[in-house]
Design a protein around this ligand. Structure first.
Ligand code: F6P
Length: 523
């Protein structure tokens, strides 16, 4: 069954939210904290090792009730059911959307999806056997030497997800060095070649379509380099592919047994859980890959079952809509306090902006309200010394998701405390600001009155800037699986409410057409 096609702005809840906004926008977060002494507890939602503190958002109990009414009026529950059941909800491409089946348990699979589930399990065992064999050193490169390096050649969803996960969990890595090549920058490639030995490198060509220009160019580049530098004319030991397009893989020279399947019912940006995650399994070992899937599955179950008021992806999605459509903010920032999550924002940008950067609704009409927000950000504490000035004192309202881990990986307490204190410090500073009186008091100790008058206005912080703190116990494979699934479902929730199709990406096509024409004109 297709998704329902309800214009959110025509619902009763939307009207109520508009009225509610007119009242609440005048309230400072400070007042909200004074009014509700238990605000932190009342707006913190926990799930397993995740604790999400929504209290620094410009919301009250009524806001959540109204947003949940909106979710009910557009029948979000029905959409969630259709997603997990495998209904053809990617209508514009006539496909089901079943990334959740890549990480599900057998007992949760309905009859219609059994065949797909078994295909997934079969592929997982192929990934397991292959990863084990490469990691153990049983699988040898063309000259009989063990594999030391892998190069993942892909772009977009065939790159960003696996790259982000491999980096995020690099503490858990095997002895294999993993590299990701996506861009077609020949200067970079020439310098990168100095890092690898063709005989001991395994190239994984990841392309759902096997027709993406960048991936094809890069794959040819490495194939030629490999053939020229090894004297071998067979790719069998050093090249594998992940694709739905067996024919193109075979034409490229990759034998059938080296092709790992993908399916049309898994979107590129939702595919890291499939064989697209082969580089994850090779880098971290299959058991860790499995744990990532289990973590994601736990979040899926939470998303499916928890009431909306306690449902993390639903709450994140709804609060995002509150800012986007009522406060009319253009962007939201995500700031993980972990160096290992350096690639989380670029990953999220594709997930969110390729999914919800749409302006035609599910009825084929142009929308007259805002849809996908601009997602940006970087890791803390670096962000504090880069763009946070604008968030604290600029003219734009930027809601922030802070992501932090309660425990360090190496048992360190001292520095980790400082790290987390910075995250909470940012959230509090944004929330409470600094009043004129307080600034005046601080300056009085050191400055003369005329100096005070001069600098005072620049040192005032209005505060009232919203943020959410996602606090996770520890950066481990299960937690990363949950975190990614949390954002996948947030994006889904928003697409449903905005009445758009989140699973196609026609917007990237036109640029490709133009660059094809350009090639002819460039000398
Ligand atoms: O950017 C467009 C896109 O189609 C993405 O959705 C996808 O992840 C990427 O290109 C790569 O596609 P493929 O895996 O088919 O090479």
């Amino acid at each position: 069954m297709p998704l329902k096609k309800i214009n959110p702005t025509k619902t009763e809840a939307w009207k109520t939210l508009n009225k509610h906004y007119s009242n609440l926008k005048k309230k400072h977060l400070q007042e909200l904290f004074i009014e509700d002494k238990q605000r932190k507890e009342n707006f913190t939602v926990s799930f397993e090792d995740f604790e999400v503190d929504f209290s620094r958002n410009r919301i009250n109990k009524q806001t959540i009730e109204n947003l949940v009414s909106l979710a009910n009026e557009v029948d979000l529950s029905d959409a969630i059911e259709k997603l997990f059941k495998g209904d053809v909800i990617n209508e514009t491409e006539n496909r089901a959307v079943l990334h959740t089946i890549l990480r599900t348990k057998e007992e949760a699979v309905c009859e219609d999806n059994r065949k797909r589930f078994y295909k997934v399990q079969h592929t997982l065992s192929k990934i397991e056997q292959f990863s084990n064999s490469v990691i153990r050193g049983d699988w040898k490169g063309c000259s009989g030497k063990k594999i030391t390096d892998i190069v993942n050649i892909g772009i977009g969803g065939s790159d960003l997800g696996p790259k982000m996960i491999v980096e995020a969990l690099s503490n858990y890595k095997t002895h294999i060095n993993t590299h990701f090549i996506s861009n077609i920058d020949s200067d970079y490639l020439a310098s990168f070649l100095k890092e690898i030995n063709p005989e001991t490198t395994l190239f994984i060509i990841v392309s759902k379509s096997f027709s993406t220009l960048e991936t094809k160019l890069n794959a040819e580049f490495f194939k030629n380099w490999f053939l020229e530098n090894t004297g071998h004319d067979c790719l069998k030991q050093n090249f594998v592919a992940v694709s739905t397009n067996d024919k193109a893989c075979l034409e490229f020279g990759i034998p059938t047994e080296n092709i790992f399947p993908m399916w049309n019912w898994v979107g590129g940006r939702f595919s890291l859980w499939s064989a697209v995650g082969l580089s994850i399994s090779l880098s971290l070992g299959f058991n860790h890959f499995k744990s990532i899937l289990e973590g994601a599955n736990a979040m899926d179950e939470h998303f499916k079952d928890a009431p909306f008021e306690e449902n993390l992806p639903v709450l994140l999605g709804l609060i995002g809509i509150w800012y986007n459509n009522f406060f009319k903010v253009d962007s939201e920032a995500v700031i993980p306090y972990s160096q290992f999550l350096n690639s989380f924002v670029p990953y999220l940008q594709q997930l969110s902006m390729e999914s919800n950067g749409k302006s035609i609704d599910r009825n084929g009409q142009k929308v007259d309200y805002q849809t996908g927000t601009i997602v940006w950000g970087n890791i803390g504490t670096n962000s504090q010394h880069a763009f946070m000035q604008l968030v604290h004192q600029g003219t734009k309202l930027v809601p922030i998701d802070f992501i932090g881990f309660k425990k360090s990986l190496n048992g360190d307490v001292h520095m980790h405390k400082q790290f987390l204190a910075n995250m909470y410090g940012q959230a509090d500073a944004l929330c409470y600001g600094k009043s004129k009186n307080k600034v005046h008091l601080d300056l009085k100790y050191n400055e003369k009155q005329d100096e005070i008058n001069k600098v005072l206005p620049y040192k005032i912080f209005e505060g009232n800037k919203p943020s959410t703190i996602i606090s996770i116990d520890k950066l481990n494979p299960e937690a990363v699986g949950k975190l990614v699934s949390l954002y996948e479902h947030k994006v889904f929730v928003q697409g449903i409410i905005w009445n758009i199709f989140s699973f196609d990406q026609f917007g990237v096509e036109l640029g490709k057409e133009h660059s094809n024409k350009m090639i002819m004109n460039l000398v």
